[in-house]
Write a protein of this length. Sequence first.
Length: 260
Amino acid sequence: MLNFFRTNPLIDDASCDWMFDTFSWALMHFDHQEFFQRTQLIQPTNDYFPGNVDSRHGMADTIFNNVVKYAGLGHWPLQLQAPQCFSNQPPALLDLSAIQRDSSTKSNLPALIASQPLAMTYNPQQASKPGDLASSYAHHLAQHLVAQSQKLPPGGNEYFNASTEVVAIFMGFGVMMANSAYTFRGGCGSCYNAQANRQATLSEDNVIFALALFCRLKAIPTAEATKHLKGYLRRNFKQALKQIDREPARLQQLLTFKVA
């Protein structure tokens, strides 16, 4: 009788296990103190992305600088290059004993030096969709973070793209990652620009689950987490929270990093 009223899980058991394992891996290798003490849930609003710009590159540069700041990587030798100037060379390895991040305005982390900057570029079409652009930047930063750490994600190299999307959510960009995980074409074909969309690896439900896990670990109220989510995703978010709450031991294991 009671099982009849039990909420269906949002994602399957194997995906749930992998998500908990990936958060544990992220907390172990990508600065758990930054996560618990300073990481914010970044919202797609002017409060988080202030500034007036009058060009696509200006938009791209402003969003890039804010994403780098919120990711806590302002001390890394990151450089945004215009698409026409970008040369996709293998990045130099930084001299890292451990990953340290600091998103505070008074970060005292020493600047890291590299023989060449860690260059990134952008899709000019995404300048019309700032949320997708910010999400793409966050994912690319996460890829740099994992590559520089030399730490394989749960599942190995074949999970690199999926795990780095989780790391982007872990760094606070889950709302925008969720909103850009799937774009419904709909309406007039001439209004749809596929090149402006973020190219996602994780399914929408998996992104929502990762966002919900982030919010549980950070004790972020549901209303705060969902107020800028696409409307139809809010129900899925609550469904994810219920699934997470059925894993108290695994949740507590992640929370042990808070006092480590």
